[in-house]
Design a binder for this molecule. Structure first.
Ligand code: AMP
Ligand code: MG
Length: 401
């Protein structure tokens, strides 16, 4: 049986290099940059004011105090979006607003709160506080210099990165293509919501769970009809899903029973099984297969097993397909609020909840069909085989959101 890291490495090395496409920045959130982007301009693009106030020469107001204000003539008013073509002469200042370009001749901004008007001389202003040279000036290029790398290849576009790109006037970015993913649920006991259940039947829940998980991972999911447990039905469903998608995720039918048809149906289609079974709990019967340049991820049917194997083995593949560098799950550090034991011989990914202080507790019953604890969980704790972790142990909890 493969260990988790070996299984993941085999999946990632089998994937083709990412294909790129250009998308509008407005649709690029969460996408993976296919190339580094350099700044086409300086940010800010010109010296401008950080305050509502007055543009001055620092040397002229060096002696200003509330008791001994310095009087300057207001030469012009420069609203944000306009500019002054002239140059301030000695003894002059300019009325400015946040974002107004600094006029030539000025080197400093005095904020409005440090000035007084003089009713007798409406064209003049009294400066009541000295300012250090450059104070309240946002200098050209102080944030980003033209030519600097804004985002690196393999970076995921967050709202902050999109803001940075937008501020430099970039409208489109080259990103990795998103894989299209067919979702199949196998099992003759499965029914759709809205259908009446007879004894022995259950409502199908894995496609509903995998749809958002695939979306969060940047894939484009599509659910296919339920697949009864026969070789012919499974083969036909796989053929349909592979015709329209690069990747197919199945759930159920991947175990050792004579009603498990995923492996046989995939091979009958011409697919090659790469490996089967990974040493983890939940989730041992996991199938990875290749059909030309397309791939099968056969997840166990138990919903929690499907959830955990998706996060640890499929999500990284979806990220890497798009060219992401970092394919690991986010981690939160915590401290055990209860002891955790694993007496088995496989790593156990335990559903845990974390309180606001970072204390980690079991989320409830840990059987691989138990969904109340999955719904309550904030993350997974990796407990190695034959291990007891005492209360107070520092741990890293794997998160999915
Ligand atoms: P299997 O992996 O097909 O042996 O299924 C293992 C368990 O998971 C069985 O109890 C199935 O009924 C259940 N199961 C399989 N697929 C689903 C599904 N899509 N939704 C809910 N339960 C499922
Ligand atoms: Mg089944």
């Amino acid at each position: 049986m493969l260990d988790l890291e070996t299984a993941l490495a085999r999946i990632l090395t089998a994937l083709p290099p990412p294909q790129r496409e250009s998308v509008p920045l407005s649709e690029a959130a969460g996408r993976v940059l296919a190339e580094a982007v350099a700044a086409p301009v300086d940010l800010p693009p010109f010296d401008n004011s950080a305050m509502d106030g007055y543009a001055v020469r620092a040397a002229e107001i060096a002696a200003a105090t509330p008791a001994t204000p310095v009087r300057l003539r207001v030469r012009t008013k420069i609203p944000a979006g306009e500019y002054f073509v002239g140059e301030l002469a000695p003894g002059e200042c300019a009325r400015l607003f946040t974002g107004s370009p600094l006029p030539r001749g000025a080197d400093t901004v005095v904020m409005q709160e440090d000035t007084r008007t003089d009713a007798a001389h409406p064209a003049e202003i009294l400066i009541c506080d000295a300012g250090a040279t450059g104070e309240f000036v946002r200098h050209r290029g102080e944030d980003v210099q033209c030519g600097a790398t804004l985002v690196a290849m393999g970076d995921v576009l967050t709202p902050g990165k999109i803001s940075l790109l937008a501020a430099t006037g970039i409208s489109h970015v080259n990103v990795g293509q998103q894989p299209r993913i067919g979702l199949l649920a196998t099992g003759s006991e499965l029914r759709e919501a809205g259908q009446p259940l007879v004894l022995s039947q259950i409502y199908e829940s894995n496609r509903a769970m995998l749809t958002p998980l695939v979306t969060y991972a940047g894939g484009v999911p599509r659910s296919f009809p339920l697949v009864p447990d026969t070789l012919a039905a499974t083969q036909a469903a796989l053929a349909h899903a592979f015709a329209e998608n690069e990747l197919v995720i199945t759930s159920g039918g991947a175990s050792v029973g004579e009603m498990d048809f995923v492996k046989a149906a995939f091979e009958a289609l011409g697919g090659q099984l790469q490996f089967w079974k990974v040493a983890m709990r939940p989730g041992k019967p996991f199938v990875f297969g290749r059909l030309g340049e397309k791939f099968l991820f056969g997840l166990p049917g138990n919903p929690v097993s499907a959830f955990v194997t998706f996060l640890l083995l499929v999500r990284p593949a979806l990220r890497r397909w798009q060219g992401a560098d970092d394919v690991t799950l986010p981690i939160h550090h915590g401290v055990l609020g209860e002891a955790f034991s694993n007496s088995g011989d496989r790593r156990h990914f335990v559903r845990v909840r974390m309180d606001r202080d970072g204390k980690v507790f079991p989320a409830g019953q840990q059987a691989s069909h138990a969904l109340a604890s999955l719904a309550a969980a904030d993350g997974l704790l990796d407990v190695p085989p034959a291990t007891r972790l005492a209360v107070g142990t520092s741990v890293s909890v794997l998160r999915w959101a």
